[in-house]
Design a protein around this ligand. Structure first.
Ligand code: Z5A
Length: 220
């Protein structure tokens, strides 16, 4: 049970390209918020531990072939599996820090350049999932990302794909599409601590608002 009584927790999503430092920063943010006395939970997508997550993992490792639409729907289903847990956990007063969410879902699929997978199509299966209070995008030049040990061997880890993904994320920030997302763009090319400090100052405002009953809107 949470140790602190609050109106509700916040739902904070960290997005970014491969190697942008999401895993590193999610951990640092959770530690910093916990040290500041907040109730914290963390989650990541894809969640490779569930049966659906195992199918996604197999696809990403090129062990199975899958139709572009089918894998897209599995990524979405993998989020729906956690939808109830997200709502309940936040209502109990925990802040959730989430590593990737439906922004990755629609953007990676749209970046495949399959004309049948428009952003609009790619977004539709995620409609109704809990909406985050803040989305923090770690912006990094794919050239810089490559210097961080080079890309791995998973499906989308190629520079051209990462360039298209980055552009789609930045376009989304400018155009905001039809959704009022407050995407906060942070320069992920700085040192780990500098990036962590920038994320923390944004996240702290969001958490304080949610806990104090002043979140932008109801979750969802
Ligand atoms: N995908 C999708 O298509 N549809 C969906 O709906 C979802 C995802 C949810 C797997 O995601 C793939 O799934 C992904 C998108 C797609 N494809 N790609 N590309 P994932 O999240 O499981 O895997 P990932 O993006 O490959 O995560 P990652 O490799 O763990 O990257 P990261 O978390 O952003 O980075 P990191 O592990 O924190 O850091 C990487 C390295 O850089 C490491 O050596 C660090 O020590 C170093 N680092 C970190 N920060 C810095 C700074 N500031 N300076 C220098 N070096 C740093």
């Amino acid at each position: 049970e949470p140790s602190k009584l609050v109106a509700r927790g916040a739902f904070i999503v960290i997005e970014g390209l491969d190697r942008a430092g999401k895993t590193t920063q999610v951990k640092k943010l959770c530690d910093a918020l916990y040290d500041a006395g907040h109730n914290i939970q963390t989650i990541r997508f894809p969640d490779r531990t569930t049966p659906i997550g195992k199918m996604i993992d197999s696809y990403l490792q090129s062990k199975t072939e899958m139709d572009d639409h089918a894998i897209h729907l599995l990524f979405s289903a993998n989020r729906w599996e956690k939808s109830k847990w997200i709502k309940e956990t936040i209502a109990k007063g925990y802040t959730i820090v989430c590593d990737r969410y439906y922004y990755s879902g629609m953007i990676y699929s749209a970046a495949k350049q399959n004309p049948e997978l428009s952003l609009k199509w790619a977004k539709s299966p995620d409609i109704g999932l809990p909406r985050p209070d803040a989305v923090i995008f770690l912006n990094l030049d794919p050239e810089e990302a490559e210097k961080r040990g080079g890309y791995g061997t998973e499906k989308y880890e190629r520079k051209e794909m990462q360039q298209r993904v980055r552009q789609l994320f930045l376009d989304m920030e400018y155009v905001r599409h039809d959704e009022a997302i407050d995407m906060i763009v942070i320069d992920a090319g700085k040192s780990v601590q500098q990036v962590a400090d920038s994320i923390y100052s944004e996240a702290a405002i969001t958490v304080d608002a949610a806990e104090g009953g002043k979140a932008r809107g109801p979750l969802g």
